[in-house]
Design a protein around this ligand. Structure first.
Ligand code: PRP
Length: 238
């Protein structure tokens, strides 16, 4: 496993997450049943300043990975880049506020005006009904935005729902990519990219290996050992 040098925005977000208790080290049973030496819960990044840091980081990654420069000959430095998607989709529950805040920051800081949508975990049987809320996804290119992907269950569910509604998923952006393999031994990220039908359509603010780099520099020997052991068992070998 080779860890990477952290960018300042990654380091800031990791430190802010630790302070808020959103990132913890210990032993945590995941939805997948795996016992992880660390746990990330963006639900605890629950204040204006923390949401601002987080949404600013999401927006920066999205502007870098999912837009192209404006190609008009009269383009000036104030000409906004062209998004390769029309809508952000944040899966319930935690993805909802993250997608909303990121749409706002994309508009405010990057001059990119896009819609956002989310789902309800339980369908509504009155009013407009159904599970989808926000900008309709029908006929739109959709970028799924969530806090973390482990086994990919939430992303697969979102993919199915968006397709049923007539939208096209063009990518996924996460705060943390855990870089794990699924039960078949294949990388969850690669499996999701195959389902979407596009290579390299996955972006994240930081990954397990970035976190490992941070732990190696600032954590305890026990944390380093536990992280390496977990990586040997479940980390992607690519
Ligand atoms: O890749 P996966 O194995 O699906 O795990 C990641 C998902 O699990 C968590 O949400 P959860 O389903 O706990 O719902 P919540 O947002 O309502 O807490 C997290 O916010 C992701 O959506």
């Amino acid at each position: 496993m080779s860890s990477t040098e952290l960018e300042p925005y990654q380091k800031d977000l990791i430190e802010a997450s630790l302070e808020a208790g959103a990132l913890q080290f210990g032993a945590f049973t995941l939805k997948s049943g795996r016992i992880s030496p660390y746990f990330f819960n963006a639900g605890l990044l629950a204040s204006g300043p923390l949401l601002n840091s987080l949404a600013t980081a999401y927006a920066a990654i999205i502007a870098r990975e999912f837009t192209t420069p404006s190609s008009t000959s009269s383009a000036s430095s104030s000409t906004p880049p062209v998004p390769q998607f029309d809508i952000l989709f944040g899966p319930a529950y935690k993805g909802i506020s993250l997608a909303a805040c990121t749409a706002l920051v994309l508009h405010r800081d990057h001059n990119i005006g896009i819609g956002y949508a989310y789902d309800r975990k339980e369908a509504k049987d009155h009013g407009e009904g159904g599970r989808m809320v926000g900008t309709p996804v029908k006929g739109k290119r959709v970028l799924i935005l969530d806090d973390v992907m482990t086994a990919g269950t939430a992303v697969r569910g979102s993919l199915d729902m968006i397709r049923k509604e007539g939208g096209e998923v063009v990518g996924v952006v996460m705060c943390l990519e855990r870089e794990e393999v699924g039960p078949s031994g294949a990388s969850t990220r690669v499996e999701v990219e195959k389902l979407i039908g596009r290579e390299k359509c996955f972006a994240s603010i930081f990954k397990m290996r970035d976190l490992m780099g941070w732990v190696e520099k600032t954590g305890t020997q026990e944390q380093v050992r536990a992280m390496k052991e977990y990586w040997e068992k479940y980390g992607v070998k690519e």
